[in-house]
Design a protein around this ligand. Structure first.
Ligand code: DGY
Length: 322
C-alpha cells in the first residue's frame, strides 16, 4: 500500500525525521528553516494527507479554508495552538492535534532559570565580565534578592505551572496561584488559590505567566495590573508574548516599580519590543521553553502518534484540539 504523504514545515530532530520517513512520503518546505507562511503552506500542501507544522506557522482561517481536500490532519509541534484557526479547521473537518505534557518540565525549568537570573542579576553580571569591566569583588556589587521565603504567583496552574510550583518549593518559595478553576485540595500542595486578580497580584513577589495566547488574553498584564504588583516584583513569561503590554512593562521596569523581567516569548517573534534591547533588568531568551533534546524528540513523536492514528489507522488522534 502506498504511504500517505505529509508536509513537514520545519526541520525536525533527526530521530523524528527518520521515523517520519519510515512511515510516510515526506515533503519539506524548500528554503530556510523559518516560520512557514500561509502562501508556502498552501503551495506545498497539494496532494498531502497531513501536515506537521510548528508554533507560529501561518494556519489562519483562510489557510484552512484553502487547504486541499486531501488534508485530513494538521499536527502541530507545540502545545500552544494560537497560530491555528481552530474553528476554521473544524468547519473543514480537519483534525488538529498538539503536544501536551511532554514539554512541561523543560518549560518549567526555563521559567525557574529566568526567575533565578532575574533575582540574582545573572544577565547584567555576565555582560559586565564579557565587557572586561569587572574590577573585583565588592560588598555592594550587583546585589540581588533571595528567593527563599518569597511568594511565587503562578498565573495559569496547568501542567507547566504545577511543575514550576514544585521546583519553587525546593527553593523555599511560597506558592500562590490564579487559575480558571481551583485545583482539587490534594493537588494544591499548600499553594494559595486566588479567585480574583487584585488579591493574586498583590501576593506576587515573583509573577510567572503560563497562559495561552489569543484575543482573550491579549495584554493581560497591562499597566493597571502591573500597578497592583508589589514594588520590586519580578515578572517572568514563558507562555505567549501577546499576553503582555510591552510598553507598560518597559515603563514599570524603567521606573523601578518592577525589579526585573525574564521573557522567553514575545509578540511578533522573532522581532522583540524595541525597549527590551536596552533595558538592563530584562533577561530575554529566544523562545527556549521546550528546547531540550529529550523534549523536542518527545514532541516530534507525539505529532507522529497523532498522524499515525488518523492516516495509518483511521482512528481518533490522542491529542486532538479541534
Ligand atoms: C509550544 O509548544 O507552544 C512552545 O511555545 C513551542 O515550544
Amino acid at each position: 500500500m502506498a504511504k500517505p504523504t505529509i508536509l513537514i514545515t520545519r526541520a525536525l530532530p533527526e530521530a523524528v525525521e527518520a521515523r517520519a520517513a519510515r512511515d510516510y512520503d515526506v515533503r519539506h518546505l524548500p528554503g530556510p528553516d523559518v516560520t512557514a507562511s500561509a502562501a508556502a503552506i498552501l503551495e506545498h500542501a497539494a496532494g498531502c494527507d497531513g501536515v506537521l507544522c510548528a508554533a507560529g506557522d501561518g494556519f489562519t482561517a483562510e489557510t484552512f479554508a484553502r487547504l486541499p481536500d486531501s488534508v485530513r490532519i494538521v499536527a502541530t509541534f507545540s502545545v500552544g495552538t494560537d497560530h491555528l484557526a481552530l474553528d476554521a479547521a473544524r468547519a473543514r473537518g480537519i483534525a488538529v492535534t498538539n503536544t501536551p505534557d511532554v514539554l512541561s518540565v523543560a518549560t518549567a525549568e526555563i521559567a525557574m532559570m529566568l526567575i533565578l537570573m532575574c533575582a540574582r542579576r545573572a544577565g547584567e553580571s555576565e555582560r559586565l565580565l564579557r565587557a572586561r569591566q569587572w574590577e573585583g569583588w565588592a560588598p555592594t556589587q550587583l546585589m540581588g534578592v533571595t528567593l527563599e521565603g518569597k511568594r511565587l504567583g503562578v498565573l495559569g496552574m496547568g501542567r507547566i505551572g504545577q511543575v514550576l510550583a514544585r521546583m519553587a518549593r525546593g527553593f523555599g518559595m511560597r506558592v500562590h496561584y490564579r487559575n480558571r478553576t481551583r485545583l482539587p485540595p490534594g493537588e494544591e500542595m499548600g499553594a494559595t488559590y486566588h479567585g480574583d486578580d487584585d488579591g493574586f497580584l498583590a501576593s506576587c513577589d515573583v509573577l510567572s505567566m503560563h497562559i495561552p495566547g489569543g484575543e482573550a488574553t491579549k495584554h493581560w498584564l497591562n499597566a493597571q495590573r502591573i500597578a497592583r504588583l508589589p514594588a520590586g516584583a519580578i515578572v517572568v513569561n514563558t507562555g505567549r508574548g501577546t499576553t503582555v503590554d510591552d510598553a507598560a512593562l518597559c515603563d514599570a521596569l524603567r521606573s523601578g516599580h518592577l525589579r526585573a523581567a525574564g521573557l522567553d516569548v514575545f509578540a511578533g517573534e522573532p522581532r522583540i519590543f524595541e525597549g527590551y534591547y536596552d533595558a538592563p533588568n530584562v533577561t530575554p531568551l529566544p523562545h527556549l521553553g521546550s528546547a531540550t533534546v529529550e523534549t523536542r524528540d518527545a514532541m516530534g513523536f507525539r505529532c507522529l502518534e497523532n498522524l499515525d492514528a488518523v492516516l495509518l489507522r483511521s482512528a481518533e488522534p490522542p491529542h486532538r484540539v479541534a
